[in-house]
Write a protein that binds this ligand. Structure first.
Ligand SMILES: O=C(O)CCC(=O)C(=O)O
Length: 249
């Protein structure tokens, strides 16, 4: 299929945002979602979680941290389409990965019941040369990230060497000098390089901390969830050429 990335408008990113993505490995975009979109999305995630019950998250079991997850969101509702097609997402992903990328999976995550994650990278495909970035994540914050409710911590600049924290750190639960915690309001988008060291903190508040994560990878790499298998032909009919290209369906 022809490369539809040519239809991605990257002018929505300022040169400062592009520099921040390259230097720090992540960029924060505030006030992207309206209050009504946030409310509708939270209700929809809640509806699916309730319907799925104990099966929620069972399509993909590689992240064993006890957090509530709903996978394959696009098959379960049409309310999630803009989470992987928003112009800021696509422009940022193109900035990190170049033009040859696709969606690998779209998942909600809420650490309300979960444990702290170890510092990790989202790229699971093994060693790559420094700067040869393979993947990135667009994390949509749906409920305020606070100090005690499991907000993500990350280490700015740690993506550049493409080294996994497990290769060099003895204790990946320990705080690292220079790390920052993402304390941002609902409606914020954070795009980060999949080679950036990061972790979801423990939620000790008992408050909900919902988010949606769109994970993208190079087109040459298999998707974490094969979208051709996950999406029914009925679902695929609602997508245009750009969405189909992004999903590789
Ligand atoms: O939700 C978060 O704070 C981070 C999640 C994460 O890094 C993961 O699930 O791999």
């Amino acid at each position: 299929m022809s490369n539809s990335a040519t239809s991605i408008d990257t002018t929505c990113l300022t040169s400062e945002q592009k520099n921040i993505l390259a230097r720090d490995g992540y960029c924060i975009f505030r006030n992207v979602l309206s209050a009504s979109t946030i409310e509708t999305t939270l209700k929809e995630i809640n509806r699916i979680e309730t319907e799925e019950g104990a099966h929620s998250g069972s399509e993909y079991l590689k992240c064993n941290d006890g957090a509530l997850r709903v996978h394959n969101l696009l098959e379960k509702s049409d309310l999630f389409d803009h989470f992987f097609t928003h112009e800021l997402v696509l422009a940022s992903v193109e900035q990190i990965l170049g033009q040859d990328f696709k969606l690998s999976m779209l998942v909600s995550r809420n650490p309300i019941l979960g444990r702290a994650q170890k510092l990790h990278v989202d790229w699971r495909g093994g060693p790559v040369p420094a700067g040869k970035y393979q993947a990135c994540t667009a994390m949509w914050i749906l409920e305020d990230y606070q100090v005690d409710n499991g907000a993500t911590r990350l280490v700015p600049g740690s993506h550049r060497q493409c080294i996994e924290p497990s290769a060099v750190l003895q204790d990946r639960f320990a705080p690292l000098p220079g790390e920052v915690q993402i304390l941002e309001k609902a409606g914020t988008l954070v795009v980060f390089n999949a080679h950036l060291w990061h972790a979801g903190c423990e939620n000790v508040s008992r408050r909900s901390r919902a988010s949606v994560h769109a994970y993208f990878c190079l087109r040459s790499i298999p998707q974490e969830l094969n979208q051709r298998e996950c999406l029914s032909s009925q679902t695929v009919t609602r997508f245009g050429p750009l969405e189909k290209w992004l999903l590789d369906v």
